[in-house]
Design a protein around this ligand. Structure first.
Ligand SMILES: O=P(O)(O)O[C@@H]1C[C@H](O)[C@@H](CO)O1
Length: 298
């Protein structure tokens, strides 16, 4: 009986060890290729990969060349990791993220957050494209995320499900402070200085599994539940980033208005999402780079 219990525990503890050491060896491999240890990690949303082009003195890795890294399959997500300097700070930028609907297990979609942590990242800046549920929002608005609704989490899809590894963080991490208050204030200040007041918002982002866009009834329900924008990413990355103690700032570019009216002729589509990304790219890049220039790390 005792032996049986030992055997049952063996594979789990081994796989846990290999997850941590796997992340560590990927981080060490990247640093060994002359990538500078980054302080800030940036994740580019759909059509927002231009953020990575801002980095100077780039060292670029295609995801397919990085050990244990997943592959990007979505149009608008290039699939490379860029190291470089932004406003004098060493940064790493994911040009392309991983989504549940690509068929990745949720733990795999968030793997880069743990690699960021082991690379030395202190602050993560996540961006995404999202549909606007709030009736005051316009296409092209930038929404600072102040909170989230993890809809897949209600059904048990959480990247922290399974055995907890204390080397990353605690079993039950707090999420009421997930979106750093000071960084949100910094974004408001920088946005005001840049003259973005008319299109800078703050609101609640709700993640769904995708890849189908929402029905009208779903949009109406999400809005009633308190969501201002809906998308298919970010939240799981935030959970893992907070679990391992990184500071988080996240924003949504409202690329389309969620359809809430049965008489509407509008239809959500990925081309519009990418197009809006292109149109707002410059302002978004200015906001992020000005924030990075002012972020302080001890
Ligand atoms: O990676 P993000 O969340 O920016 O991408 C959004 C969600 C889907 O991947 C896609 C739908 O158009 O854009």
């Amino acid at each position: 009986m005792g032996l049986k219990i030992l055997e049952e525990h063996k594979p789990q503890s081994l796989s846990q060890k290999s997850h941590f050491t796997g992340c560590k060896s990927t981080a060490e491999w990247l640093l060994a290729q002359k990538a500078a240890r980054p302080q800030v990690g940036i994740v580019c949303g759909s059509g927002l990969g231009g953020l990575g082009e801002m980095l100077k003195d780039q060292v670029v890795f295609k995801y397919e060349d990085i050990p244990s890294f997943p592959q990007s399959t979505v149009l608008g997500h290039t699939g490379q990791l860029v190291f470089g300097m932004l406003e004098g700070k060493p940064c790493v930028c994911m040009q392309g993220r991983f989504h549940l609907y690509e068929g990745h297990p949720v733990q795999k979609t968030t793997l880069p957050m743990r690699i960021f942590k082991l690379l030395g990242v202190k602050t993560v800046i996540l961006t995404n494209a999202a549909g606007g549920l709030n009736e005051d929002y316009k296409v092209g608005d930038i929404m600072i995320i102040k909170d989230h609704i993890n809809m897949p989490g209600f059904a048990g899809v959480n990247p922290l499900a399974g055995k907890n590894d204390e080397r990353f963080g605690v079993r039950f991490p707090c999420m009421s402070d997930a979106y750093d208050r000071d960084l949100r204030q910094l974004a408001q200040d920088v946005g005001e200085e840049l003259g973005y007041k008319d299109f800078l918002r703050e609101g609640v982002y709700c993640v769904l599994g995708g890849p189908s866009y929402e029905t009208i009834a779903e949009c109406r329900m999400l809005h009633r539940l308190g969501a201002d924008a809906v998308g298919m990413s970010t939240v799981h990355e935030v959970i893992v980033a907070r679990h391992c103690g990184m500071r988080v700032f996240a924003l949504s570019l409202i690329t389309n208005k969620a359809v809430m009216d049965y008489n509407s002729e509008e239809k959500a589509n990925h081309e519009e999402v990418l197009q809006t990304g292109k149109q707002r790219a410059e302002q978004l890049e200015k906001l992020v780079s000005s924030m990075v220039s002012r972020i302080k790390h001890n």
